[in-house]
Design a protein around this ligand. Structure first.
Ligand SMILES: Nc1ncnc2c1ncn2[C@@H]1O[C@H](COP(=O)(O)OP(=O)(O)OP(=O)(O)O)[C@@H](O)[C@H]1O
Ligand SMILES: [Mg+2]
Length: 395
């Protein structure tokens, strides 16, 4: 088809009106077919010329990317995209002429969060760069699936967990067995079973069943893939809510609460339910570490482009020997601890692409530090000044 059109074009001066009309008609059909192909792609495609002006935008790109109203053709590509992060990235990539690696962007669209992967490719024609192609892929469902199937981190940890459960359920099962035997003996040989002793046996059985149930529930929570629903939340509000919730318990244990919320940027992509559970587990441990009362300090800050949360107690501290074990499933130094509290914390923080570390001194206290990535966009609000100080600007 192309050869035919080229030939016809070469003969253009000799063509009559009718022939020219049918040639244009042919060109139009060819163009429509080409547009049809591009519009049928699942990927968003934006084509620019060498001056970075928009030549074409396909349907998928209109679905995925936030464009300004009005005309787009012949406008600078970054000027027609209204999302600040995407626009400035596109501008940088087009101006630098780099073949960019995929870059991920988070876009809020009618209350749901979409994840886009963008790439800029050179548009090559006759071995010459004739512009650029901006490719957009919606990777939201792929990302969700990845998160869903990120199960217990490896088989080894699952084995430890299973061995732990087996160990944990042994004691309550043995206790239930013994008490049933005792009851049977009293019924069969002595006929001395009073209402009072039946009740006391039943109490023990109930208690042990409760324990078994707790073990199973905790185990399931620790191994189940988390169905996280991330939303952009104000971390200071999340922390305040949680601290309000534990305020009474802290007072009861003569623990004074100090807060120092210094993070100028305190938005984070979190699943509030899971994240609060993780923080609560850390706070419960802190309370247990201060049997005589003490201070609980919760502080936030921004460091190296990450949101930091420190939870500090001045309790008993953790020995060096225990330090390596505390995140292990079922490791506990408590008489009635499950030892799954911190296993869950670790899992939740990892699910949030975050990191957790501990600083502890025996007899002095412990600090748990959580570092979370700042959401894209929030991140750009940090600007480094020459003196190395971090300054922030708010939109
Ligand atoms: N703030 C802390 N100070 C001192 N020791 C701590 C602190 N946090 C955790 N630990 C130690 O880590 C161990 C494991 O903690 P984890 O929360 O996983 O289980 P647990 O608290 O023992 O049991 P559970 O959370 O089910 O009540 C604790 O038994 C304790 O020895
Ligand atoms: Mg605990």
């Amino acid at each position: 088809m192309r050869k035919f059109i080229e030939k016809a074009l070469a003969k253009l001066p000799k063509l009559n009106h009718e022939q020219i009309t049918s040639l244009i008609d042919l060109l139009l059909k060819e163009h429509e077919r080409f547009e049809g192909v591009i519009d049928s792609l699942h990927e968003g495609v934006v084509v620019t010329d060498t001056n970075h002006r928009v030549m074409m935008i396909n349907k998928a790109a209109y679905r995925m990317l936030p464009f300004s109203g009005g005309e787009h053709e012949y406008h600078l590509a970054w000027a027609v995209i209204i999302d600040r992060d995407i626009s400035s990235w596109v501008e940088r990539m087009l101006k630098e002429g780099n073949k960019a690696e995929d870059e991920e962007f988070y876009l809020e669209k009618s209350d749901t969060l979409n994840i886009l992967s963008l790439t800029v490719l050179p548009l090559v024609r006759n071995r010459q760069v004739a512009g650029s192609i901006i490719l957009a892929r919606d990777i939201t469902s792929r990302k969700r699936k990845e998160a869903k199937y990120r199960r217990a981190e490896n088989l080894a940890s699952l084995t430890t967990l299973a061995a732990g459960v087996a160990h944990e359920i042994k004691n309550p099962l043995a206790s239930i067995g013994i008490h049933l035997q005792l009851m049977r003996r009293e019924v069969e040989y002595q006929h001395s079973l009073t209402e009072e002793s039946v009740c006391s046996y039943l109490d023990v059985l109930e208690e042990e069943i409760e324990r078994l149930n707790g073990i199973v529930v905790d185990f399931l929570f620790a191994v189940r893939p988390m169905d996280t629903r991330m939303k952009r939340e104000d971390m200071h509000r999340v922390l305040s809510d949680l601290l309000d919730f534990v305020r009474y318990e802290l007072e009861e244990h003569k623990i004074e609460l100090e807060t120092s919320f210094k993070a100028q940027i305190h938005k984070a992509e979190i699943d509030q339910k899971y994240f609060k559970q993780a923080l609560l587990n850390i706070i419960k441990n802190a309370i247990a570490a201060m049997p005589e009362g003490g201070h609980l300090r919760v502080s936030t800050y921004v460091s190296g482009g990450l949101l930091g949360i420190d939870i500090t107690d001045d309790g008993i501290g953790i020995t060096e020997e225990h330090m390596n074990k505390i995140f292990e499933p079922y490791f506990t130094t408590k008489d009635f601890g499950s030892g799954l509290g911190l296993t869950v914390v670790y899992k939740v923080i990892r699910e949030h692409q975050g990191d957790i570390s501990i600083n502890s001194a025996e007899g002095k206290g412990t600090t748990f530090t959580i570092l979370l990535p700042l959401p894209k966009g929030e991140h750009d609000l940090i600007s480094w000044e020459e003196d190395g100080e971090i300054h922030y600007s708010h939109r």
